[in-house]
Design a protein. Structure first.
Lengths: 478, 98, 474
């Protein structure tokens, strides 16, 4: 029997507001423990929450970018459970009237060359919990409540993904969209983006969902894919061995590359949700929703389409460029001052992106500005630089932050395209390499390549290689 | 209306309370009679009635601007902590990981 | 000078203006506390170092007692519960900030029912407060300490909190004035929550003018409380006109049923006649869902309380049991040892009503009946300007009389609970005495933000009688 995998993802996104969700404490990362708290986020008796308007507006922005419907009357609910990182022992979250619902994200479809729609069940706003530290070998736990009360968006999908790769694609697509909106760092390492998964398998054709396993502790996108891959294998092999799949929560162990059961008591948690009486309902005026919609930037999907249709770029290049907003911005700035978009795309998706990835920086931090790149490309067009020379100058321009034109002028690196000069050089090369000349004349055609190489060496790489080729051939009597 | 001991135990666990066996019967019968009295509400037809969570039905959209205010100092945050270590609250070990 | 503690705040203001030292007032009050509190036990904590923080201001030099569920910065705030022993908040409640700014002198914390769960002040971990009119009887609850202290002149004014009658009922049983403002009129920031959609802080005072004065200081919008309303605070003292000609008093038939002490019924009916004599018009009204109010209240109140009290677990503040071997064990031991029986009962009841499978039948149902109760009042207020009822079904009962019957205890709040469910303002003023010399209170309720009407009606009544002038002989 053949089985299919069914995956749903739950992403928690920490919003980059200046203050927490329900109090005015600052939200700086990495502060001294328990130095960013107040009676509200400490859950001191008598404290009361007041909603951060910016967090609310960011939430609507995300919901609209994910094509969700905005709820007419929005309310908050208490999710009641006991844990030391949750000082009130309830979390202010949303239950039956979440901020938004029924959205989608499209990802590449593995089977066809089209798109697959991943439905978004809901996007809602809630508060984060604190951090626990379990010192090794000790019988106590330490609690830091700085993170308590930070605003979180919970983005939940329907179980529409059918492979770990699709889950990975969804996450990368989602992250790109969120980066465009500038509402969060989206940094899994800093914990501002977290992902849990629900995964089950079922016989192909079966409509009912199989027993689902919740998977946590995946701290990178790759980790998500690996964790899910492992889980699929585990579940398939369990079924083959006629073992029942237990509904449970498992943790991904990135070191051992396995998922382990949390072995928790199987008491279903009763969160006793009820409407938060300390917060009033929120009714968003349609004009506000419209004005937020108008502030949405051109989103990745639309950008890719535009690059393909209007600029004639390939789907691959368009996706790479649109995959990072900073890269797209850089590309577009260059495209303002240079005609050939495909050429720009080649350089940006090639050498430039490679540099950004190696050094872990944003395109806006690059030593070579978009204008600088354009001037470099213009020099190539004018024949003043060979492609190889241009690459060297690119690197030097980035590292020294000196304008390419200035580098070329300083090093006297202009490409030699003067035929008279080249003829002289070639005469010299031929006289130094009589053997190769004779080899060529007696039929060894690849001696030409050697001689071209010698000419390039002689000119320290500045000879125009096409012209060298032409002149050599002529000199060799072709 | 009778509420049995198991139900009271389960509700107690949800509330992080433990009741001694000697107390359990007392709570059972008290809760039972309260719940009997409370079930009076079933006499009323509320099929098409909207629930009132907030007595002030006109109050909506109360926000706060995203402007930081000074937090408590760490000393103030920890001033009532039954146990602390450095800048942290200290609690007995958490066995279940979330 | 010796009798300064017997004066009202408005009388003391006049005295201070004519040269009496605020310290003399404080001194008189503190001497009175020392003399009788061992008998009354109104105080959870006496602030022997009480001082005036600011001079000038509406309550300059006036001693005020604060119920022990209102946070005063760096002072013990325990809700009369073991689980908050030695808890001292690092912040002031908004009402406390306003009191300090008005020049009031905060003289200590009043005893109360643990976490405000109770109508008799008997569930306090410090032991019960006694009614100054008869030390074998309860002062009412949960603001029993505040009411008893005002009645016995151990303070000039007090703050209480009211969730189902906890200001009005003890005020009635102690023969003083107690007002629960409209929900949202006074900030709840810093009030240790019992039921978030029902709680309000309010004044307990010797007469109506003092209540108007105190409310004027504590009322008003607070950006720290999302449920506080941004409506200007009128000068309540302007309502003290004694003129109630044409004022329509609604008298609901459901509040005069079997089970009321006949002396209470007589006293209140007589008071209604007094009001009629002053020019008010009496209108018969009906509030048909009154009999469901207690059930509705206990579901909503307990449910919200069970969630509000979840934070008391020994982790970050308060009492912690030290024998626990792990986190969960600590929670369970701390809460089981730290909470009294009534607190546990309410938590269990509330958790049950919210739990899976029971939410619709109990909590949601109660929220719907609440709507019906609210609508009863809306219909009634089309026919009248305020509603007059007894505050309690009986005068003060004996200590210990109802402690074994929680349900009987709950039913003593039957007349005060509806105002909390509907968010309405309500006052209790003295309107008579039983043949045994125990105070009887009359309740006047009004529309939301109708405190001015309440003051107008109650002042007119008060000034044409002298019940408010009588003091216990203690």
């Amino acid at each position: 029997m053949n089985y299919e995998t069914v995956i749903g993802l739950e992403v928690h996104l920490q919003l980059s507001t200046n203050t927490k969700a329900f109090c005015a404490c600052p939200t700086k990362f990495g502060q001294k423990p328990n130095s960013q708290t107040c009676p509200v986020c400490l859950g001191l008796p008598g404290s009361l929450p007041v909603l951060n308007e910016q967090a609310f507006l960011y939430a609507i922005k995300v919901a609209l970018a994910l094509h969700c419907q905005i709820q007419k009357i929005i309310k908050f609910d208490r999710k009641n459970y006991y844990y030391p990182d949750l000082p009130k022992n309830f979390q202010i979250s949303q239950y039956d009237m979440p901020l938004s619902f029924d959205g989608f994200v499209d990802i590449p479809d593995e089977s066809s060359s089209g798109r697959k729609r991943i439905r978004i069940t809901r996007v809602h706003l809630e508060e984060d919990a604190g951090k626990l530290i379990h010192p090794e070998g000790e019988d106590y736990t330490l609690v830091d409540l700085n993170r308590t009360g930070m605003p979180l968006l919970e983005i939940v999908t329907e179980p529409d993904m059918n492979s770990p790769q699709e889950a990975y694609d969804y996450l990368t697509k989602l992250k790109t969209i969120l980066e465009y909106l500038k509402v969060s760092d989206c940094d899994m390492e800093k914990g501002s983006l977290r992902c849990d998964a629900n995964i089950s398998i079922r016989p192909i054709g079966e409509k009912k969902l199989g027993t689902k396993v919740e998977l946590k502790n995946m701290n990178t996108f790759k980790g998500v894919r690996q964790g899910l891959e492992y889980e699929v294998k585990r579940q398939l092999s369990a079924v083959k061995d006629n073992e029942k799949i237990v509904q449970e929560t498992r943790l991904w162990d990135a070191d051992k590359q396995v998922t382990i059961s949390m072995r928790r008591k199987e008491e279903a948690t009763d969160y006793r949700y009820f409407p938060e009486p300390d917060l009033v309902p929120f009714v968003v005026d349609p004009s506000i929703i419209d004005s937020i919609r108008n502030t949405l930037p051109e989103l990745p999907e639309a950008k890719v389409n535009r690059y393909m249709k209007e600029l004639g770029l390939s789907e691959y290049d368009s996706n790479v460029l649109a995959g990072r907003m900073d890269l797209a911005d850089y590309f577009e700035a260059c495209a303002q001052v240079y005609e050939n978009k495909k050429t720009i795309a080649n350089w940006v998706t090639g050498d430039i992106l490679a540099y950004l990835n190696t050094h872990g920086i944003m395109a806006s931090e690059l030593g070579l500005s978009a204008n600088g790149l354009a001037s470099l490309l213009k020099m190539i067009d004018a024949g003043a630089l060979s492609g190889k020379m241009a690459k060297d100058i690119l690197t030097e321009a980035i590292e020294t932050k000196v304008d390419p034109e200035d580098i070329v002028a300083k090093r006297g690196l202009s490409q030699i395209s003067d035929s008279e000069k080249l003829e002289e050089i070639i005469k010299l090369v031929m006289s130094k390499n009589e053997k190769s000349v004779n080899d060529y004349k007696s039929g060894k055609k690849n001696a030409l390549g050697f001689l071209v190489g010698q000419a390039m060496r002689e000119t320290k790489g500045t000879a125009n290689p096409e012209m060298v080729n032409k002149i050599l051939k002529k000199a060799l009597g072709e | 209306m009778n509420i049995d001991r198991d139900t009271v135990r389960r509700v107690a666990l949800l509330s992080r309370l433990s009741l001694a066996d000697s107390e359990l019967d007392g709570y059972c019968s008290q809760m039972g009679s309260i719940l009997t009295y409370i079930s009076k509400l079933n006499e009323i037809d509320t099929k098409d009635v909207a629930p009132t969570s907030h007595p002030l039905s006109t109050l909506k959209n109360v926000y706060r601007k995203d402007v930081p205010k000074p937090s408590l100092t760490t000393a103030e945050a920890l001033q009532n902590a039954p146990s602390k270590e450095g800048d942290f609250f200290k609690v007995p070990q958490v066995i279940e990981k979330k | 000078m010796d009798d300064l503690h017997l004066l009202t705040a408005h009388e003391i203001k006049i005295a201070i203006d004519s040269g009496v030292e605020p310290s003399a007032v404080l001194d008189a009050v503190q001497k009175r506390i020392e003399a009788i509190d061992s008998k009354v036990k109104a105080f959870a904590y006496v602030n022997k170092k009480a001082t005036q923080v600011k001079r000038g201001g509406k309550l300059s030099g006036i001693p005020v007692l604060i119920k022990d569920n209102i946070c005063v910065k760096d002072e013990a705030t325990t809700c009369s519960s073991k689980i908050l022993e030695a808890f001292s908040p690092p912040y002031d409640a908004t009402v406390i900030k306003r009191l300090k700014d008005s020049g009031a002198v905060l003289i200590g914390k009043a005893n109360m029912d643990e976490f405000a769960f109770g109508s008799s002040c008997e569930t306090s971990c410090y032991g019960p407060t006694r009614n100054p009119w008869d030390l074998d009887r309860i002062p009412g609850g949960s603001s029993g300490g505040s009411a008893a202290a005002v009645a016995a002149s151990q303070t000039i004014m007090a703050l209480g909190s009211d969730t189902g009658g906890s200001i009005r009922q003890p005020a009635a049983l102690c023969g003083v004035v107690g007002l629960k403002p409209t929900y949202g009129r006074v900030s709840r920031y810093g009030l240790i929550a019992f039921a978030s959609s029902l709680d309000q802080i309010g004044p307990i005072t010797k007469d109506v003018e003092d209540a108007a004065l105190l409310l004027g200081v504590i009322a008003g919008h607070d950006v720290l409380d999302s449920t506080s309303v941004d409506i200007p605070v009128p000068d309540y003292c302007k309502s003290l006109t004694k003129d109630i000609k044409g004022l329509r008093l609604g008298v609901p038939k459901e509040y005069f049923v079997k089970g009321i002490d006949p002396e209470v019924e007589t006293a209140v009916k007589k008071s209604i006649e007094t009001l009629r004599g002053l020019g008010a018009i009496v209108v018969d009204i009906s509030l048909p869902h009154t009999e469901y109010a207690v059930s509705t209240y206990y579901i909503i109140g307990s449910a919200e309380a069970s969630s509000n009290l979840a934070r008391f677990d020994g982790a970050h503040y308060g009492y912690r049991d030290t024998d626990a071997k792990d986190m969960i064990d600590m929670y369970v031991r701390t809460r089981s040892k730290g909470f009294g029986d009534e607190a546990k009962r309410r938590i269990l009841l509330g958790t049950y009503c919210l739990s899976a499978g029971y939410y619709d039948a109990y909590y949601l149902k109660a929220l719907k009946v609440r709507t019906k109760i609210k609508e009863d009042f809306e219909r009634a207020f089309a026919l009248c300007d305020c509603i007059v009822t007894p505050t309690t079904p009986t005068p003060a009962f004996k200590i210990g009389e109802k402690t074994n019957d929680p349900l009987a205890m709950y039913l003593s709040d039957i007349f005060t609970i509806p105002a909390n469910l509907a968010g309405l303002p309500g006052i209790s003023i003295p309107c008579g005495f039983s043949s045994g010399g125990l105070p009887i209170g009359m309740q006047i309720m009004a529309r939301p933000f109708g405190e001015e009407t309440i003051f107008r009606a109650s002042y007119a009544f008060e000034q044409s009688t002298d019940f408010h002038k009588r003091r216990p002989t203690i």
